[in-house]
Design a protein around this ligand. Structure first.
Ligand SMILES: NC(=O)c1ccc[n+]([C@@H]2O[C@H](COP(=O)([O-])OP(=O)(O)OC[C@H]3O[C@@H](n4cnc5c(N)ncnc54)[C@H](O)[C@@H]3O)[C@@H](O)[C@H]2O)c1
Length: 343
């Protein structure tokens, strides 16, 4: 496992953040969760961390280096059957909810997946939070909530949210549940709408897929869509900086929504070329593009996001989109086998 990106090894904002002693991360063995856990332990030595995860994303390897830490308590639990979820949540804790179905295309054959693994799960989380007296909830939403808006710059106060996937619909439902629980039960919530998050320990995504496919067969790379899809890619440690900064500069509002993305955009064709350069530069790899601008049903081919709200609090990404994607690809190359299992 590689260390955190040097630029983020000790975040400037984190030292000013008065963390509660107890932090619970649901989905804590996933990509963002494991990086966040590492960062909290580094920056807040007195924190006590509960990681709840069903390990469906192959997570145990991503938290293997945290396993011996006395401050970390890991519960392998599927919160779709949340019998005892409230019992795992210490009163007064900060709860960070990151669990969801990662595969937008899965709904093509299983249209209920995002309701079951997203909306229903978030409902179980907010209710367990209410019962156990959680102090604050952080929720991972995504740019998909805005829908397919082409070149329009997506802002948090956009009134019209028109998702084109059940994944994004479940994210809006989750946001709505948090808003309602904030108002009705006085549980403050921070919602973060991320762009594509990349970096070490990633579990999915275009760079991740390309890296594994090229490691298995460098002769050809099949691309979903025509390669023109164009989106923002943000380093996971920049995302974590944004979350910690938002908590540190909390204005006392009950419900806060913040976009987090860079102002740079990469195409899928750019990422294919980068993956070839980093995985198999000596091979004459044939890139096989599809013929649709959309990669799959529910894909948003062009996304432009404003992160002005979090920038106004002093955040800016430290890593360019290209470097962030490259670091994620190199992590896959160096830490995983072609079947995705750990080296
Ligand atoms: N990675 C991105 O590009 C991105 C972009 C926008 C939003 N998000 C959101 O951020 C959150 C974290 O993303 P990630 O990339 O770390 O995903 P991830 O799949 O790596 O992590 C999610 C974790 O949740 C766990 N999980 C899922 N369902 C569960 C359940 N029912 N019970 C217990 N554990 C469960 C998984 O095992 C996994 O370890 C997700 O909600 C995702 O939708 C991610």
């Amino acid at each position: 496992m590689q260390p955190a990106h040097p630029a983020h090894a000790s975040g400037a904002v984190a030292s000013t953040w008065l963390a509660p002693r107890d932090v619970v991360i649901i989905g804590g063995a996933g990509f963002i969760g494991s990086n966040l856990a590492l960062r909290l332990l580094q920056d807040h030595p007195s924190c006590s961390l509960t990681l709840i995860d069903n390990m469906s994303a192959g997570g145990s390897m991503r938290i293997a280096d945290l396993a011996g830490d006395q401050r970390v308590h890991v519960h392998e639990v599927d919160i779709r059957t949340p019998r005892d979820l409230a019992g795992l949540l210490p009163a007064g804790a900060l709860l960070i909810h990151l669990a969801s179905n990662p595969n937008i295309a899965a709904a093509t054959t299983n249209p209920a997946i995002d309701f079951d693994a997203g909306t229903a799960v978030t409902n179980a989380v907010v209710e367990a939070a209410r019962v156990s007296g959680i102090a604050r909830i952080v929720y991972a939403s995504g740019s998909g909530v805005y829908g397919d808006r082409g070149q329009a710059l997506l802002r948090e106060d956009d009134a019209c949210l028109a998702p084109v996937s059940t994944y994004a619909a479940s994210k809006i439902a989750g946001e709505a549940l948090l808003s309602a629980y904030a108002e009705m039960f006085d549980i403050p919530a921070h919602v973060f709408r991320f762009g594509n998050v990349v970096g070490p320990r990633q579990t999915h995504g275009v760079g991740f897929d390309f890296a594994l496919r090229l490691m298995a067969d460098p002769s050809a790379l099949r691309v979903l869509g025509d390669g023109t899809q164009s989106k923002t890619y943000v380093h996971v440690n920049d995302v974590i900086d944004g979350i910690l900064l938002a908590l540190a500069t909390d204005s006392g509002e009950l419900f806060t929504i913040l976009n987090i993305g860079t102002d740079e955009y990469l195409t899928v064709a750019d990422i294919a070329s980068l993956a070839i350069e980093l995985i198999c530069p000596e091979s004459a790899t044939r890139i096989e593009f599809g013929d649709s601008p959309r990669g799959w049903l529910g894909d948003v081919p062009v996304m432009r996001m404003s992160s002005q709200r979090i920038r106004a609090r002093g955040w800016s990404p430290r890593v360019s989109s290209r470097d962030a994607v490259a670091e994620g690809i190199c992590w896959v190359r160096d830490c995983l086998r072609p079947d995705g299992s750990p080296r």
